[in-house]
Design a protein around this ligand. Structure first.
Ligand code: ADP
Ligand code: SR1
Ligand code: MG
Ligand code: MG
Ligand code: MG
Length: 419
């Protein structure tokens, strides 16, 4: 339902909108409106994003959700409620992890608009930096910190009481956006669906095999069940490498775009990041062929980043958990303490969940509606398909068998994932 008073903004309309909102206008400094510039920069699948700048000011980013999916058009209507969910999630993330979250200035329900901190150049979306050969060592540790803080601090493990937690989980269900994820990640890649696409004819047989693979179907059903039924923490919900902006010069990392935020299984966000790093890893063969460059440093970096994300996440998460347990004890709460053995078991299960979800996210990026530029930009279809087949093979292995992969990984490290 489109609220009364809603209108689509264009570049002129955005400038006028800012001028009419004192909080936003004050961020534009003293330069007159006529000297402001506004550019639509949305390169994502779903929304419209405008950067507004004025001489001598920090500028503002304005994001508007229109009542449909941008990359498809008006034939795919989509809830405007997503902008409320995004603003609310950014505020939650900012409260616990301001160093990796842009500040929200204004959320406007009627216009389905959010104004936020402009992450100025040299901030750049991580995806292209990574697949073109950058190796920012700070990225993995920053992502680990973001994941540990946002996941732990919004989980029941940190919550004051179970009743408050249940209330938050139901208020932040984001059902329509979750339904989209259920459709495009957990269902369509495994059936005949008009949204699906893949590198054809090279992967025609591979896509057909996915539709007949009973073990794979059992694996994705178990993951979908967890996605729908688990309410473990407030998740970002769409944490691919296009949702991180990096400044290589000042070594900063920000997570943007949590419009899919919901209370779900912790492994879903962790798996999203890991899958995107692994997709980038597998794309490097293709890029090597296209550019003639040696990408062994990138491959090494990407595997190290996967390790840094998991190891950094799990050690920080356990540290936060132990602090919280100590607080509960000091406060004399009626609480059964979590033992080290229980924490170890919890983290092992979480790792298997993360790897399972990362497999689902790998499969969807090869045969579903939304693909990754890491692979999509490789123009030579044979070279691309060769990389994509590796992504599919690992995705399948992780969806069907993440628990065994975790055991193997314990012995042989992260290299075992891509062997
Ligand atoms: P969508 O929901 O459509 O995927 P995103 O939130 O990912 O939209 O934004 C699309 C693009 O807009 C990003 O890839 C990035 O280039 C730019 N962008 C978004 N937020 C900011 C920001 N706070 N500062 C600078 N650029 C941004
Ligand atoms: C219509 S599917 C679009 C995809 O883009 C978003 O960023 C999410 O990943 C979603 O699945
Ligand atoms: Mg996006
Ligand atoms: Mg988005
Ligand atoms: Mg593709």
């Amino acid at each position: 339902v489109v609220p009364a008073g809603y209108r689509d903004l264009d570049e002129q309309g955005v400038k006028q909108y800012i001028a009419e909102h004192p909080r936003l206008a004050s961020l534009m400094g003293k330069a007159p409106v006529e000297s402001w510039t506004c550019h639509e920069v949305g390169d994502g699948n779903i929304n419209f994003v405008y950067i507004v700048e004025a001489p001598g000011s920090h500028g503002v980013v304005v994001k508007q959700a229109r009542p449909y999916v941008r990359c498809v058009g008006e034939s795919w209507p989509l809830t405007l409620n997503r902008m409320r969910r995004e603003a609310s999630a950014l505020r939650e993330e900012f409260a616990v992890c301001p160093e990796h979250t842009p500040e929200v200035y204004v959320y406007d329900e009627k216009m389905s608009v959010m104004a936020m901190q402009y992450l100025r150049p040299p901030h750049t979306i991580a995806r292209k930096l990574l697949y073109t050969g950058s190796t920012p060592d700070f990225f993995g540790p920053h992502v680990a910190e973001f994941l540990a803080k946002t996941i732990f601090m919004t989980s029941r493990l940190a919550s004051a009481n179970d009743e408050a937690f249940r209330k938050l989980a139901s208020e932040n269900a984001n059902t329509e956006m979750c339904a989209l994820t259920e459709q495009v990640i957990f269902t369509e890649p495994y059936i005949v669906a008009s949204n699906n696409r893949w590198t054809t004819p090279q992967l025609d047989a591979d896509a057909a095999e996915l539709r007949e693979d009973v073990a794979l179907h059992a694996g994705i059903a178990a993951l979908k069940r967890k996605f729908v039924e688990a309410n473990e923490a407030l998740l970002h919900g769409d944490l691919h490498t296009g949702s991180f902006m990096l400044d290589l010069e000042h070594q900063t990392t920000y997570a943007i775009d949590p419009e899919f935020a919901f209370y779900g299984p912790m492994g879903f966000d962790i798996g999203a990041v890991i899958s995107n790093l692994l997709i980038c890893f597998f794309s490097q063969d293709g890029w090597e062929q296209v550019t003639g460059e040696d990408r062994s440093k990138s491959r090494e970096f990407l595997l190290e980043a996967v390790k840094a994300v998991w190891d950094g996440f799990s050690s920080r998460f356990v540290e936060l958990w132990k602090q919280r347990e100590a607080e509960r004890k000091a406060a004399g709460e009626a609480h059964v303490p979590a033992s080290d053995a229980y924490m170890r078991k919890y983290m092992r299960e979480l790792r298997a969940d993360a790897l399972g979800f990362s497999g689902a996210k790998m499969v969807r990026r090869i045969v579903g509606i939304a693909h990754n530029a890491d692979l999509e930009e490789i123009q030579d279809a044979d070279a691309r398909a060769k990389c994509e087949r590796c992504v599919l093979a690992l995705g399948r292995r992780l969806v069907t068998n993440a628990r065994d992969v975790v055991a193997d990984d314990d012995e042989n490290g992260v290299d075992a994932l891509v062997a």
